[in-house]
Write a protein that binds this ligand. Structure first.
Ligand SMILES: Nc1ncnc2c1ncn2[C@@H]1O[C@H](COP(=O)(O)OP(=O)(O)O)[C@@H](O)[C@H]1O
Ligand SMILES: [Mg+2]
Length: 334
């Protein structure tokens, strides 16, 4: 399997009046061709800032990408997304890398028709004529499950429901047959039934197009049906990376374990109370010198308060950043 995107040691900060927000503190991962990688973590764990950094969408200032690289295997060969000029980035974003955000309204232009917006993407990135783009747009609308595409071509975003608007955003994301789609909580703003439909649509399109997907969510419960691998983030750092079944069956980080325990269980017949993780997410204004999860962790011992645990290999295709061995029930020997 070949790697389509390799992110190494990404660090992104915001210089605000309150101080420096350490939003992303050394994120590394790789994405294989055609693979779906889920990125999971509580709100504020740096998931969106990571993706915005890759897409060249961090407002600078106050934001700054301090270091790191993101090697993308583009149609023109390898390039570092973090080193591209704004023009080069605009060509890739929406072309070779599609994106879907939580709120479709932020992506859609209220004063252009749905059809015009999809056509515009095709004209710009694929160099299609107006007529070709129109034809292709109608095909795309029907591909994403929008009924009466010829008629809907002329509708404005406000005339669509939230779910239908998200389908339009997905049509724009796949319009230029991207190599990667970044989907940042694409169903969070939708009703539960619509959420399930959008997830189904996404899976269908992904399988049909063979596109690699980064699926960001705060809900570990939805990733089993979507992703092959999962990266768990905490305090702007990856704390565990594994194949999806290993995350569920054999979590190696207490934070992942906490997320799992907070999921409603299908087996639990009696109304078992969900255990939320005690404590609050870390204050990103204070740079960490110890494990960022230590204050909330049931297993923390001396060493966790003295050093930041590095991400280490704990099994086949399985890495975790924790000094405690959950299996052994004691400190990990390294
Ligand atoms: N423009 C900004 N200015 C200052 N802080 C920001 C900005 N954007 C994001 N942050 C901070 O970066 C941290 C990570 O945010 P984010 O990546 O959006 O989290 P997630 O997507 O995991 O919920 C948060 O503490 C957030 O407040
Ligand atoms: Mg987010």
């Amino acid at each position: 399997m070949s790697i389509i995107l390799q992110v190494k040691d990404l660090v992104t900060k915001f210089y605000t009046l309150d101080g420096v927000v350490n939003a992303v503190n050394g994120v590394s991962f790789e994405l294989n061709e055609g693979e779906t990688l889920a990125i999971v973590g509580e709100s504020g764990s740096g998931k969106s800032v990571t993706m915005m950094s890759l897409l060249g969408l961090i407002p600078m200032p106050p934001g700054k990408i301090e270091s790191g690289s993101a090697s993308f295997n583009s149609e023109e060969g390898l390039c570092d997304l973090l080193q591209l000029s704004p023009e080069e980035m605009r060509d890739i974003r929406g072309g070779q890398i599609g994106f879907v955000f939580q709120d479709p309204i932020s992506t859609l232009n209220p004063i252009l028709t749905i059809g015009e917006q999809i056509s515009e993407t095709l004209i710009r990135h694929k160099g299609l004529s107006k007529e070709q783009a129109r034809e292709q747009t109608i095909k795309l609308l029907s591909q994403v499950g929008i009924p009466d595409p010829e008629l809907r071509y002329k509708a404005y975003p406000f005339q669509f429901s939230g779910g239908m608007r998200q389908r339009v955003v997905i049509a724009i994301a796949i319009a230029c047959t991207p190599k990667i789609i970044i989907a940042d909580e694409p169903t969070t703003a939708l009703d539960v039934t619509v959420q399930a439909q959008i997830i189904e649509l996404f899976k269908e399109l992904r399988d049909a197009l063979g596109v690699a997907v980064i699926w960001i969510t705060h809900d570990l419960g939805v990733v089993a049906g979507i992703a092959e691998r999962v990266l768990v983030m905490y305090g702007g750092r990856p704390v565990e990376i594994a194949q999806v079944m290993d995350i569920y069956k054999d979590p190696k980080h207490p934070y992942t374990l906490g997320l799992l325990r907070a999921l409603p269980s299908l087996e639990a017949k009696e109304s078992k109370r969900l255990k939320s993780i005690k404590g609050t997410p870390p204050d990103l204004l204070i740079p960490f010198k110890h494990c960022p999860f230590a204050s909330r962790c049931d297993y923390a011992f001396d060493r966790c308060w003295e050093e930041i645990p590095p991400l280490i290999s704990v099994g086949e295709q399985h890495q975790a950043a924790c000094f405690f061995d959950l299996e052994e029930g004691g400190p990990r020997h390294d």
